[in-house]
Design a protein around this ligand. Structure first.
Ligand SMILES: [Zn+2]
Length: 361
């Protein structure tokens, strides 16, 4: 029987996994099943993937991690894609930034699935500017992820220098000597190479792939704790979601997000801003980098801000952060001169950057 191939996209928080997945989906000629895992309550990455014509079945797994708390859901999702009337022949899994690919790989030796799938390759994403700055548990998680990779893609070439890419490349070579390192600008991923690798993972290799003793974990911060995430594992991370239907000020929000406490390792979500009430903006925060981008989809239902914050377990001051974000509410009496200045600055930065684009091959 023809086995369904599985490719895993892994990598630390904010490393560019969704962007790589979208590039692969855009460039491939092969129909792909897609499984997207978001650590928080909101399916942000899944929404960023939808609408691509090469998607042949899609499952979004959120509010947990597919290497541990959602492992059973991962198995069910893979089976559901294989058991469709037109079975999916190749599934790409985008892991959350805290997932360990070796632990995900071990899902595929489950007897319910072992004869149906073949794990092709683990593709790691690395943000070259970010990797060398990771310390402590973040570094240990990022390196555990890298050790399982067959390919490592250096992402965000337009946001990193040649020097940063060389340093990151050398680190990856040391940590993961078996991995092939590829560079990718936003539009140039070697799709055929990444998706064409078959048979790299034998059952023996999967069995030998040892995840760290305590896989990373998520649970809800503050009062909204859900007991079902506690399981038997140690918790390294917690998430908290900020929601409001009140429009926020883009200027105030950007400024607040640039000054997030160090405990916050990642934030992302959709925001509803007073300066442009119809626009659905996607916000990504990686370290101190804050990016606002127009999302092509319109709001389904009333506009609502939903921002997911991921932080080290026990270190997120939810009330303080909530207060900071509440203070970003848009005040129509203080309209958007700052916003206009900001947008002018934004577009001039894009124009400044344009001549270099694509010159990093
Ligand atoms: Zn996990």
């Amino acid at each position: 029987m023809l086995r369904t191939r599985v490719s895993i996209i892994a990598g630390f928080l904010g490393a560019g996994k969704t962007t790589l997945l979208n590039t692969l989906l855009r460039e491939t000629t092969e129909p792909l099943g897609v499984i997207v895992n978001d650590f928080g309550e909101v399916n942000i990455d899944a929404e960023l993937v939808c609408g691509q014509t090469s998607v042949h079945g899609e499952v979004a797994l959120h509010n947990g991690c597919i290497c541990c708390t959602l492992r059973g859901d991962l198995l069910t999702a893979v089976l559901s894609l294989i058991r469709r009337p037109q079975p999916t022949r190749h599934i790409v899994i985008e892991a959350s930034g805290i997932s360990e690919p070796a632990a995900i790989a071990r899902t595929f030796i489950d007897p319910r699935i072992a004869d149906l799938v073949e794990l092709s390759a683990v593709i790691g994403c690395v943000d070259p500017a970010e990797l060398p700055t990771l310390v402590g548990q973040d570094w240990s998680l990022a390196t555990t992820q890298l050790r399982a990779c067959d390919f490592v893609v250096l992402t965000k070439s337009d946001a990193s220098s040649q020097g940063e890419r060389s340093v990151a490349s050398a680190l990856v070579r040391t940590l993961s000597p078996q991995a092939r390192i590829l560079e990718s600008s936003f539009n140039e991923a070697p799709t055929a190479v990444l998706l064409g690798a078959a048979g790299l993972w034998t059952p023996g290799r999967i069995a030998r792939a040892r995840p760290a003793n305590d896989p990373a974990h998520v649970h809800q911060a503050g009062e909204h704790a859900h007991g079902h995430h506690h399981d038997q594992h140690a918790h390294l991370f917690e998430t908290w979601t900020y929601r409001t239907t009140d429009p926020l000020s883009a200027v105030a929000l950007r400024s607040a997000l640039e000054r997030l406490p160090h405990a916050v390792v990642r934030a992302k979500g959709f925001v509803h801003i007073g300066e442009a009430p119809q626009a659905k903006l996607l916000v990504q925060v990686v370290g101190s980098r804050v990016e606002f981008r127009h999302h092509p989809n319109t709001w389904e239902g009333p506009p609502q801000t939903e921002l997911v914050f991921l932080a080290r377990e026990g270190r997120l001051e939810v009330r303080e952060l909530e207060g900071t974000l509440d203070a970003c509410r848009y005040d129509p009496r203080a309209p958007g001169k700052h916003y206009i200045d900001e947008m002018v600055g934004h577009f001039s930065r894009i124009l400044d950057a344009a001549p270099n684009h694509g010159g990093t091959r």
